[in-house]
Ligand binder design. Structure first.
Ligand code: UN1
Length: 493
């Protein structure tokens, strides 16, 4: 009998009032069941939000450095449990163990970073235009925050939302993706073990429709942070707008790696391999378009295809495996659908293109790393996010054309440029329409102390990670203290 995992509400592990559960299965091996999780309903959401609202009353008053000390201990606990958490994450999410260790490390980094923020949370002091008057700003928490998190970074992305929210003095309710709830259970357990007070962090598992919707609409929720598709992000934005909730949206991407004729080709090939096929292409920042200068196009493709053929696809618990499965049947179907569309549109298939079957492959959602060459800007795989190991390669005839092509998308998360030309590198830094940009590095690999997020239809102007995340989870209060003993009227006296 599989282990049954419960919701975490008000410091206790409780069953859903629905009395139902769903099963969490390894996408690389259908024989491997991680457990049963609560198929929660709106009643559970209401309980969690009530607990969070109650806990907020005292959590917001705890000095921020003390909140930071608790987060510091949570980070230590995650570090101590890193290997177990990562192994479990590979089993529930499928990405290779090297990468799940990175995912856990990203949560550890974020937690230490925000723990330190407890001794900063800087506001400003500034002169007054009046005599004997003192001006300053302070950050204030907002209250209960609802998080709807994705399956591709099962612990890192929840931590990006949780840690800045907590350090500012908010309390939280999180709904993990149905494919990866165990990683958030692990995060909750670390909080529980290290003395995060009851009700400050709450987790309710279940579907987007039944759990996510009431979580974002509830009147006591002040902040909603969502990572997922642009399509769902639009719905979240609409649901949050009537009450003017702080809404932080991290959505789709169609990230490009540009390779100029002066690039170090070996390096650019390695970057493309990692950017396109790391995490089985299931990163918001994954490289899904390659724009290569015509002078090196054939050579580059040849080098890339040779390397792709050597990638080992399989169960990510095996340290020698390079690429795991797709997360589930739907995602696999989506990938196969796009392979089909690209073929019909006239893309030239130069690597992969097929579902992997036979032996252990039949127990998982495996697909070959796939490359289409000669993709033009009118084709579907040039435009639409796939979220799988499918790379579209196109030719450009100049640096200027590469930038024009890179910006030819509704999305704007990440981009990269391989070149030795410093002027072109700086021109791209200025002109590229993305929130993240890399020079001579792949489109993936953001660090936690820099803002993470995108422009255009990727985001709504907010950033996660770094000090910028604090703006999502706090509001400025401007304070004027007049110690002159007389009425002083700015702009008049
Ligand atoms: C994502 O792309 O879905 O920048 C998150 C990276 C990771 C986080 C990615 N640190 O590649």
């Amino acid at each position: 009998m599989a282990e049954v995992f419960k919701n975490f509400i008000n410091g206790k592990w409780v069953e859903s009032k629905s009395g139902e559960t769903f099963t969490n299965v390894n996408p690389a091996n259908s024989d491997d069941v991680l457990g049963e999780f609560q198929k929660s309903n709106e009643d559970d959401v209401n309980d969690a939000i009530a607990a969070a609202a109650d806990a907020y009353k005292s959590w917001r008053l705890m000095p921020a450095p003390k909140r930071g000390e608790i987060l510091y201990r949570v980070a230590n606990r995650l570090l101590a449990d890193k290997e177990r958490i990562s192994q479990e994450m590979t089993r529930e999410m499928g990405k290779v163990i090297k990468e799940t260790r990175g995912d856990t490390q990203e949560a550890i980094d974020m937690t230490y970073y925000m723990a330190g923020e407890g001794r900063r949370l800087y506001g400003m002091t500034t002169p007054s235009e009046m005599e004997s008057k003192f001006n300053m700003t302070i950050r204030q928490p907002l209250g209960v925050c609802s998080f709807i998190t994705p399956w591709n970074f099962p612990i890192a992305i929840p931590s990006w939302k949780m840690m800045p929210a907590l350090i500012c003095g908010n309390t939280i309710v999180i709904k993990p993706a149905t494919d990866t709830p165990l990683s958030v259970v692990n995060l909750m357990k670390a909080c529980e073990a290290e003395g995060v007070p009851a009700g400050v962090v709450n987790m309710v598992t279940g579907s987007g429709g039944t759990v996510g919707t009431p979580m974002m609409k509830h009147k006591d929720v002040k902040v909603v942070s969502f990572t997922g598709s642009t399509e769902v992000g639009r719905i979240v934005a609409g649901a949050c707008a009537p009450n003017f909730k702080h809404t932080c949206l991290e959505m789709g991407g169609k990230n490009v790696q540009m390779v100029m004729d002066d690039a170090k080709l070996e390096l650019a090939v390695e970057g493309a391999l990692w950017g396109a096929f790391g995490t089985t292409g299931q990163r918001c920042t994954a490289t899904s378009r390659l724009v290569v200068h015509e002078k090196v196009y054939d050579k580059f493709l040849e080098m890339l295809v040779e390397k792709v053929a050597k990638l080992k696809v399989g169960n990510g618990l095996d340290e020698s495996i390079d690429m795991g499965p797709c997360i589930n049947q739907d995602q696999l179907d989506t990938v196969l659908k796009y392979i089909d569309i690209a073929t019909k549109d006239g893309g030239r298939l130069v690597a992969g293109g097929k579902r992997l079957t036979g032996g252990d492959y039949d127990k998982g959602f495996f697909v070959q790393p796939t490359i289409f060459a000669d993709i033009t800007q009118d084709m579907t795989i040039w435009k639409e996010e796939i979220f799988g190991p499918v790379l579209a390669v196109s030719k450009c005839n100049s640096f200027e054309q590469a930038i024009e092509m890179a910006n030819d998308t509704v999305y704007g998360l990440s981009a990269s440029l391989y070149t030795q030309n410093v002027n072109n590198a700086y021109t791209a830094m200025r002109d590229i329409e993305t929130g993240i940009f890399y020079v001579n590095a792949p489109t993936i690999g953001a660090e936690t102390h820099l803002p993470f997020g995108g422009v255009k239809e990727t985001g709504n102007g907010h950033r996660e990670a770094s000090e910028a995340a604090l703006d999502v989870y706090s509001e400025w209060k401007s304070i004027y203290v007049d110690y002159s003993g007389k009425l002083q009227r700015p702009q008049i006296d």
